[in-house]
Write a protein that binds this ligand. Structure first.
Ligand SMILES: Cc1cc2nc3c(=O)[nH]c(=O)nc-3n(C[C@H](O)[C@H](O)[C@H](O)COP(=O)(O)OP(=O)(O)OC[C@H]3O[C@@H](n4cnc5c(N)ncnc54)[C@H](O)[C@@H]3O)c2cc1C
Length: 423
């Protein structure tokens, strides 16, 4: 069977890897000159079971309305985007009940843990060098209320396999001495020892090279224009370079899955939510954090990736525009500078890469993995703020389902777009 995978981000590349392992002829099509150059380029770099809670959570719709148009809002909905995302917004709101939030968090956790195992196996098999570090993640809080709330959610997930520890401000500084300047402002933290970090771009490019070695045909610099349907089934993919015959097509184009599948009358509720990262050389910042820190009240992550530091954050609903808004980047830098005053001396914006990417967010906060109502047209997209975390497990689940094999875990909810479960 020939399977054509569209999009070589973290998700599409992992899908191609597992499909090839299952013995299929695989073609991977990507508009960029290499894999992992769009949203999978500059993300926060964290493989985090600690962040599996979807953004669609109780109280969120009211918060978003309150933050409307506010430049410094954690999640900024721009007025201009509203007409295009009303349907998505209503579905998002419908997922904010306590029951749905809990079910969606559980589904993400199962996939995150499966994905972490899969990533580790791929790493061991291929030897891809991607600046992997395994010092866990420290999520810091400045109010006891927010720490208690986070602990309640983590306690529930701990029963399902999440490993975490609540730590005092002193223990925070023990775990990460760079927090000493901000110790007096801390209420404590949750420490997730099994979370890992790495460079998603390096991993994805390494995996694409490993795919090619195994016989996957990687077609870079080629833009997908449409999926050709014949006799009610996928027959081919039409690109700017020609026609690729296909028995099965997997759309793994992140936020761009929506416009492609709309051509076939399939309405996919994935909307782009822009985030920003700033990557700078660690240089002579000798006491830079070695443990990744996520600051819950200031809403950024500061992560060491190899010899670089990366700060990431911001969520802005503003369509498909990927230009990083400097005020948003400056706000992230200011917040990180509050928590790590030393950082200000070492971050030179002229030597930094300021980047923005589009998180492909589904209303439930869980990805869509499965066959659409058109035979042979599959989707693996909508991984939101968790795409690097969930990529290997999602690729594996998709490849198993396509091969007619029961996947290692239950697929995420189908959201009315794909069949849920294994048939
Ligand atoms: C600031 C920020 C921080 C983040 N931090 C984290 C984190 O710490 N941990 C985590 O797990 N996740 C994080 N994420 C989320 C994660 O980066 C994404 O969920 C993930 O990269 C999505 O991967 P993908 O393969 O679905 O999409 P993409 O990486 O966008 O891949 C889709 C590919 O499809 C290609 N494509 C699109 N249209 C076409 C076409 N017409 N023809 C051919 N090719 C096409 C694109 O070029 C692209 O390469 C973060 C995101 C942002 C923005």
């Amino acid at each position: 069977m020939t399977v054509v995978v569209l999009g070589a981000g973290a998700v599409g590349t992992a899908t191609a890897w597992y499909l090839r392992k299952a013995g299929h002829d695989v073609v991977l099509v990507e508009r960029q000159p290499d894999a992992g150059l769009e949203t999978s380029w500059g993300n926060g770099g964290v493989i985090h079971a600690s962040e599996v809670e979807p953004w669609s959570q109780p109280g969120m719709p009211l918060k978003i309305i309150k933050w409307l148009g506010k430049e410094d809002a954690p999640l900024l909905l721009r007025y201009g985007a509203i007409p295009h995302m009303l349907g998505w917004g209503l579905k998002f709101a419908a997922n904010c009940t306590p029951e749905k939030f809990r079910a969606n968090s559980e589904s993400n956790l199962a996939l995150a843990l499966y994905s972490l195992r899969s990533l580790q196996e791929i790493g061991a098999e291929t030897g891809i060098a991607y600046d992997r570090a395994t010092r866990g993640v420290l999520k810091i809080y400045r109010s006891v209320d927010s720490l208690d709330g986070a602990q309640r959610s983590s306690d529930h997930l701990a029963g399902l396999g999440l490993t975490y520890e609540r730590v005092s401000p002193d223990r925070c500084v023990e775990l990460e001495p760079a927090l000493r300047d901000t110790r007096s402002t801390l209420a404590g933290a949750l420490y997730f020892p099994r979370d890992e970090v790495g460079d998603c771009n390096k991993f994805t490019q390494g995996l694409a090279a490993a795919c090619a070695k195994q016989g996957v045909s990687c077609r870079f610099n080629e833009t997908v224009q449409k999926i050709e349907i014949s006799g009610g089934r996928a027959a081919a993919v039409i690109t700017d370079k020609g026609r690729i015959a296909a028995d099965t097509v997997v759309v793994a184009m992140g936020s761009f899955a929506t416009p492609l599948l709309a051509q076939l009358g399939i309405s996919v509720p994935i909307y782009p939510v822009k985030g920003v990262s700033i990557t700078f050389p660690r240089g002579d910042w000798k006491d830079a954090p070695t443990v990744p820190v996520i600051d819950d009240s200031k809403l950024f992550g500061l992560v060491p990736i190899g010899d670089r530091m990366r700060i990431s954050g911001s969520a802005e609903i503003t369509g498909y525009d990927t230009a990083p808004a400097m005020p948003r980047a400056e706000a992230i830098i200011a917040n990180a500078g509050y928590t790590f005053p030393e950082m200000r001396k070492h971050l030179d914006i002229a030597k930094s890469r300021v980047w923005a990417g589009l998180r492909p967010v589904s209303p439930s906060g869980t990805p869509l993995i499965g066959e659409t109502r058109i035979g042979g047209v599959w989707i693996n997209a909508g991984h939101g703020h968790l795409g690097w975390t969930l990529s290997c497990g999602s690729g594996r689940v998709a490849a198993d389902l396509i091969s007619g094999v029961k996947p290692g875990i239950a697929p995420p909810p189908g959201q009315g777009i794909v069949a849920s479960g294994f048939h």
